[in-house]
Design a protein around this ligand. Sequence first.
Ligand code: URA
Length: 177
Amino acid sequence: MTGLEEIYKEIKSCKNCNLWQYATQTVLGEGPQDAKIMIVGEAPGKEEDRTGRPFVGRAGKLLRDTIGSYLIKKVYITNVLKHRPPNNRKPKKGEIEACSKFLLEEIKILKPKVIIALGSTASKFLTGEEKINVAFEKEYEFMGAKVLVNYHPAAVLRNPRLYDKFKKKIDEACVNL
Ligand code: URA
């Protein structure tokens, strides 16, 4: 078994918080184990919970279209939480504490050059900065990876004026591919 498969097995049976009770299934990371870029979102939404794949709903389509069908295959996509919070509510502190160990394992195994944190939950976890607008302007380091913070694609859907900045940040990160 590869390192990731072992982690996936653990995630699938994880009951360290209550979210497994409400979710249809776990949503594991997706992408090649030698990916240089890792994208980290917040938690699965409705469509992700239904299909078992990260970023496949409306926000996911925007993300995937922005990266492009060729480059997306070279990127590893995952979330801080692997089970959907009911009604897509924000993850609780205890849920992040319980689940983030799996993200740490994913980073340890993949050793990405660049991590793109999408939205405030991933940004706070990976940079320690509370305000996404502050983190957006900076560069951080986490477990040997460069961390770039970007808006969550769901926020871009709500406020299309953010799209140009969102795309520019994605392009900046994908230069590393
Ligand atoms: N939003 C996220 O943060 N992650 C997903 O996988 C889907 C939507």
